[in-house]
Design a protein around this ligand. Structure first.
Ligand code: XUL
Length: 525
């Protein structure tokens, strides 16, 4: 058999990626886009609801429906799901799912005769989930930091200063604004543990990778921190299950999925993790010092570390790696593909003409700069959308396209400094990694070779590799992480883009200008 399934439940889609570790191949890769399939039923736009005042939510029932559709699609394509030995997965980080006390029995007694959405609509104590794009919890961040004894204390305890999108501040806001619904909540999960619970047919805990994105986990102990829980909201020990070690199966797949899609009773389910920690594995970053970039809905730059090095400036986050041993440093930009798409759409370009515009414009953009905050930004912190142009004519479409990509690449260099890692090569994933002209800008800004991977779905691949590693350990055939990831994480042959020394010199000067513009704007903001 040796088939393993990785599932990534992300902001705009859910992806299934099936690997065969006997032949070292990806045998299936399928995504269900939320807007395409569910916009009419749930009213989502880019997978989310913008509720105003920085609140951005999504629909957990939609994710359950999408999981059914994903597995049905794989089955209809002729994949024999009975051959799968284990499943692991990942979710967009930080989003919190609130379930009432009917959830546990509903999952246990579910019938494979009807879809999940028809049987689970009643299990939510809150119908929507605040997700990582939500910036509405500044007050709660300050309260939590104060309550634990200050920002440095929270940083020391959890690895992170308080972030608006992190789960703890979001839970606190729910408790403060909807106390009855909060009291009616029996279980709080993350996107990751919620999807894992559906698959296992029982409520399961959050893994340390996603636990570190909550402001509530003791990063050294990889367990909930009683001090941080107390600072967040009452009764959290009852509502959160203990942290689930990432490498240990949480059970076997529920009878629902056996009956409906043909999984066998032996198919193991591993804890799900966050999409970024999962990408760390999917890009083969199991040795400290390696750095990767994911160009997705959010852009994230991340590195594997042996210690939880923290970011005192609040630029970066630290998560436990699902390999059980290392840590990841992460800088997350909210204006990733949303900013690229905004510029593309304003000028009525498609991705081919977008790439062509990059190809024919010059590095340095004749000094034209843009701060591309089409939405509020996480790094640097910008609370209101604002697009700033300097020496840049708004009517010049091609210069604006170059400006958004140069801004993103320069910012990724500036805000990687806190990681203290010398970036000698960059491994790139995510939808935009298919665009070689974008990667060229990153190679020149970082002055290092950039490599591209076969799959842009590194989180789902990381999940499939975690499933393989977990299953092999559980069956007494443990292999090292290095051996697990190596066959699947070779860059695509011939995809490496090397820096151009003239362009490198241009960006060395330009970064100072960009940083000054960014500082001037964000201090004023
Ligand atoms: C990371 C973050 C985002 C989400 C998006 O901290 O908020 O990258 O995980 O999927």
């Amino acid at each position: 058999m040796s088939k393993y399934l990785g599932i990534d439940s992300s902001t705009q889609s859910i992806t299934g990626l099936l690997i065969d570790t006997e032949n070292n191949t990806i045998v299936a890769e399928e995504s269900i886009n939320f807007d395409e399939r569910f916009k009419a039923a749930y009213g989502v736009e880019n997978g989310v609801f913008d509720l105003g005042n920085g609140a951005v939510h999504s629909a957990p029932l939609m994710w359950a429906e999408a999981l059914d559709l994903l597995l049905q699609t794989l089955k209809d394509q002729g994949h024999d799901l009975s051959e799968i030995d284990a499943i692991a997965g990942s979710g967009q980080q930080h989003g919190t799912v609130y379930l009432n006390n009917t959830a546990a029995p509903a999952l246990q007694n579910i019938s494979s005769a009807f879809p999940l959405k028809d049987q689970l609509a009643g299990i939510f104590s809150r119908d929507t989930t605040p997700i990582w794009m939500d910036t509405s919890t500044s007050a709660q961040c300050a309260e939590i930091e104060d309550s634990v004894g200050g920002q440095d204390k929270l940083l020391e305890l959890t690895g992170n200063t308080a972030f608006e999108r992190f789960s703890g501040p979001q839970i606190r806001k729910f408790y403060q604004t909807e106390p009855d619904a909060y009291n009616n909540t029996a279980y709080i999960g993350l996107v990751s543990s919620y999807i894992a619970s559906l698959l296992a047919g029982k409520l399961v805990g959050v893994d340390p990778g996603d636990g570190s994105g909550t402001n509530m986990m003791d990063i050294a102990a990889r367990e909930w921190s009683p001090i941080a829980l107390d600072a967040t909201a009452p009764d959290l020990t009852d509502k959160l299950l203990p942290i689930a070690p990432a490498g240990q199966a949480i059970g076997t797949i529920s009878h629902y999925f056996m009956g409906r899609y043909g999984f066998t009773k032996d198919c193991l389910v591993l804890p799900f993790s966050g999409d970024n920690p999962s990408s760390l594995i999917g890009l083969g970053l199991v040795t400290p010092g390696q750095v990767a970039l994911s160009l997705g809905t959010s852009d994230t730059l991340f590195a594997c570390m042996d210690q939880p090095r923290t970011s005192k400036t609040g630029e970066g986050a630290v998560f436990a790696s699902p390999d059980g041993e290392h840590y990841m440093a992460l800088t997350c930009y909210l204006n990733g593909s949303l900013a690229r798409e905004a510029v593309r759409d304003i000028y009525h370009f498609d991705w081919a003409s977008f790439a062509e515009a990059l190809r024919i414009t010059v590095p340095g953009n004749n000094s034209g700069l843009m701060l591309p905050y089409f939405s509020p930004e996480i790094v640097p912190k910008v609370s209101e959308p604002s697009v700033v142009r300097q020496n840049l004519n708004e009517a010049d479409a091609k210069a604006n396209i170059r400006a958004v990509i140069e801004a993103q690449a320069l910012s990724s260099s500036i805000h990687a400094r806190w990681m203290g890692v010398d970036i000698s090569s960059l491994y790139v994933t995510g939808g935009a990694s298919a665009n070689a002209e974008i990667l060229r800008v990153y190679a020149d800004v970082h002055n290092c070779p950039v490599h591209r991977f076969e799959t842009a779905n590194s989180a789902a691949l990381g999940a499939a590799l975690r499933a393989a590693h977990g299953h092999q350990s559980a069956t007494g055939n443990a292999v090292s992480w290095q051996e697990t990831v190596a066959p699947f994480t070779e860059p695509v042959a011939g995809s490496t883009i090397k820096p151009d020394k003239d362009a490198v010199a241009v960006y060395r000067e330009m970064i100072t200008e960009y940083e000054a513009l960014e500082k001037a704007h964000t201090v004023a903001n």
